[in-house]
Design a protein around this ligand. Structure first.
Ligand code: HEM
Length: 494
C-alpha cells in the first residue's frame, strides 16, 4: 500500500537499517511477539544490522550503552523520554499503577514507596524474608532425604511469591507451608502472557480473539484473583501500620481512602500491590533459575561460589539479608546471569518527550519508540570479552586482565532513571544514576540470601539426564516462559 511505500522512501527513519518487510509494516514484529520468539530474533537482527535497527515503521531497537544516558536518565535541563502511553495496559478499575502512571501520579507513588525500599525498610522486612528462606531450606531438606529430584524453578517461585505476598498483600500465599504452588502463581504468570497476546489482537482490531487465545480456566482464575487481591488490600488497610511490610508508611498518609490526596486510595493500592507482586517475584525467580542453570553447566564456577559461601560464615545464623552483601563472587555470578539471561528482556519502549530527541548522535522524531534489547547488549563482543561464556570474575573489582576492558555499565538489568521522580534514598552503590526498578536492593538481598543458604546447606547436581543446553531456549511473552530445572540435592550436614 501507499503507507508501506512511504515508510520505505520518505519516512524520517528511512536510512536506519533493518529487514525490508519490518521497515514497511509492523506485522513481522507482531508475529514474532505473538509466537514468543521476538527476543532471540531481535538479537539476531542486531548481529546482522548493527546497534540500531528499525524493527517496525515507527520502532527502533537499540544496543548502544550511551542510550541509557540519552533516553532514560534525566539531567538538569533535560527530561528523560516518556513511555509510549498507547502501549501501557490499563488496570481493570481504570486507575493508574506505577508502571503506566503519568508523571505526577508516578512521583507520588515513588515518594510513598520510597521508605519501604530504603535500607531502613529492608531492615524492617528482613525477619519476614529470613522466615521464608529458612522454610525453603527445611522443605528442600525433606526432599534431599527422600532423594527426590526437585524442580528448582517451582521452589524459587513458591519462595519469592510467599515473601512478596506477605510484603505486598499482608498475606502469604503459603506455598512453602503447603508444599504446593498456590494456584494463583500460574494464573499471575499466565496473565502477563495474555496481556501481551491481547495487545496484538487489539492492535489488529480483533479483541474478540482473546476469548479463544486465553484458556477459559485462565480467564476464570484471573477474575477470581482480582477479587481475592481486592479483598486482601482492604484487609491489609484495616490492619493499620507497623506490620513491617510495604504499606506501613503509606497507610498513615492514606486515611479515609486518601481524603488528603497525599496517599493512595484503595484502587491505587490494589493496582500497585499487583505490580509489586509480579515485579517482585518473577524477575528474581528468573535470575535464580538462570544462575542455577549456569552453575550446573559450569562446575568449576559452582565450586568457586560454594567455597566463597562456606568460608565466609561460621554458622547458618550468620547468613542474613545484610551479611550476604559481602559475597563478591556471588554478586558477580548474579550480574553475569542477568547479562546472559536478562529477567526483563524488553523494558518499556520510550519516545522523545517534546519534539524530536537525540540518541547516540541520531535525531529521533516525535512518535518514534526506542526499545533496548537487553539480550543484544549482553551479547555484544565489543562490550563483553567472550560474551557467550559464563564468567562471574568479569564483575569483580579486579577482573582478570582479559576482561578488564569490558563495558560493564552497558548492562542495566534494572534500567536507569526514575521517570523524574524524587531520587530514592538507597544505601548501596548505584552504577550510573538512579534506577527505574524500585526493588533493586530487595531483589539483591533476597537472591543473595537464597543462594547463600542453599549452597551452605546443599550440594547441587543436575538430576539424571542433566540439564542440557536446551534449557535456555525459551519462549517469552514479555517475560521468559521458564522450563523446569531438575536437580538432586545432597544435604551437606548428613
Ligand atoms: C532481579 C530482579 C529484578 C529485576 C531485573 C527488575 C527489573 C525491573 C525493570 C527493568 C523495571 C523497569 C520496567 C519498565 O519501566 O519497563 C522495573 C520496575 C519496577 N520494579 Fe523491578 N526488577 C527486579 C526485582 C524487583 C523487586 C524485588 C521489586 C519489588 C518488590 C520490584 C519492583 C519494581 C517496581 C515497583 C517497578 C516499577 C517502578 C517504576 O515504574 O517507578 N522489582 N524492575
Amino acid at each position: 500500500s501507499s503507507h508501506a511505500f512511504y515508510n520505505i522512501f520518505f519516512h524520517p527513519l528511512r536510512s536506519i537499517p533493518g529487514p525490508l518487510l519490518w521497515r514497511m509494516t509492523k506485522v513481522p514484529y507482531d508475529y514474532y511477539l505473538f509466537t514468543g520468539n521476538l527476543i532471540p530474533k531481535i538479537a539476531e537482527l542486531h548481529r546482522q544490522y548493527g546497534p540500531i535497527v528499525r524493527t517496525a515503521p515507527n520502532d527502533l531497537s537499540c544496543t548502544e550503552a550511551e542510550a541509557w544516558e540519552d533516553v532514560f536518565a534525566h539531567h538538569q535541563g533535560k527530561a528523560e523520554w516518556q513511555k509510549n502511553p498507547a502501549r501501557q495496559s490499563n488496570p481493570p478499575n481504570g486507575m493508574p499503577n506505577i508502571l503506566g502512571a503519568d508523571r505526577e501520579n508516578h512521583a507520588r507513588y515513588r515518594r510513598l514507596l520510597a521508605h519501604a525500599f530504603s535500607e531502613k525498610g529492608l531492615q524492617e522486612q528482613r525477619g519476614t524474608i529470613s522466615h521464608y528462606v529458612d522454610l525453603l531450606i527445611d522443605r528442600l531438606r525433606e526432599r534431599a532425604r527422600r532423594g527426590e529430584s526437585t524442580d528448582m524453578v517451582e521452589w524459587y517461585n513458591m519462595t519469592l511469591f510467599d515473601v512478596i505476598g506477605d510484603l505486598a498483600f499482608g498475606a502469604s500465599f503459603n506455598s512453602l507451608q503447603d508444599r504446593k504452588q498456590h494456584e494463583w502463581i500460574p494464573a499471575i504468570l499466565g496473565n502477563v502472557q495474555s496481556v501481551v497476546v491481547a495487545s496484538v489482537f487489539r492492535e489488529y482490531g480483533m479483541p474478540w480473539l482473546n476469548r479463544w487465545a486465553v484458556p477459559r480456566r485462565m480467564q476464570q482464575l484471573r477474575v477470581r484473583n482480582f477479587m481475592y487481591a481486592k479483598q486482601k488490600v482492604v484487609e491489609r488497610a484495616e490492619l493499620g501500620a507497623a506490620r513491617g511490610d510495604f504499606w506501613d508508611r503509606i497507610l498513615i498518609k492514606s486515611v479515609d481512602d486518601n481524603a488528603g490526596g497525599e496517599g493512595m486510595n484503595q484502587g491505587e493500592m490494589l493496582n500497585n500491590a499487583s505490580v509489586l507482586v509480579l515485579g517482585g517475584s518473577e524477575t528474581s525467580v528468573t535470575t535464580l533459575s538462570g544462575l542455577t542453570y549456569f552453575l550446573l553447566q559450569n562446575p568449576e564456577k559452582m565450586a568457586m561460589l560454594v567455597k566463597e559461601i562456606r568460608s565466609s560464615f561460621k554458622s547458618d545464623d550468620e547468613i542474613d539479608a545484610f551479611s550476604v552483601a559481602r559475597l563478591t563472587y556471588l554478586s558477580g555470578a548474579l550480574e553475569e546471569t542477568m547479562r546472559l539471561y536478562p529477567p526483563v528482556p524488553f523494558p518499556a519502549a520510550r519516545m522523545p518527550s517534546q519534539g524530536e530527541g537525540t540518541m547516540c548522535g541520531l535525531s529521533v522524531p516525535e512518535g518514534v519508540s526506542v526499545q533496548m534489547s537487553q539480550v543484544g547488549i549482553g551479547q555484544r563482543p565489543d562490550y563483553f570479552h567472550l560474551p557467550e561464556q559464563f564468567v562471574p570474575e568479569r564483575w569483580l573489582d579486579e577482573p582478570p586482565p582479559e576482561f578488564a576492558g569490558d563495558n560493564r555499565s552497558a548492562l542495566q538489568p534494572f534500567v536507569v532513571g526514575t521517570r523524574n521522580a524524587s531520587r530514592p534514598r538507597i544505601g548501596i552503590e548505584i552504577r550510573l544514576t538512579d534506577m527505574q526498578c524500585i526493588g533493586r536492593n530487595l531483589a539483591y538481598a533476597e537472591m543473595r540470601l537464597i543462594v547463600a543458604k542453599l549452597l551452605w546447606h546443599f550440594d547441587l547436581e543436575a538430576a539424571a539426564g542433566g540439564v542440557g543446553d536446551a534449557w535456555l531456549q525459551q519462549k517469552a511473552w514479555g517475560l521468559w516462559s521458564k522450563k523446569p530445572l531438575y536437580v538432586r540435592l545432597k544435604d551437606v550436614a548428613s
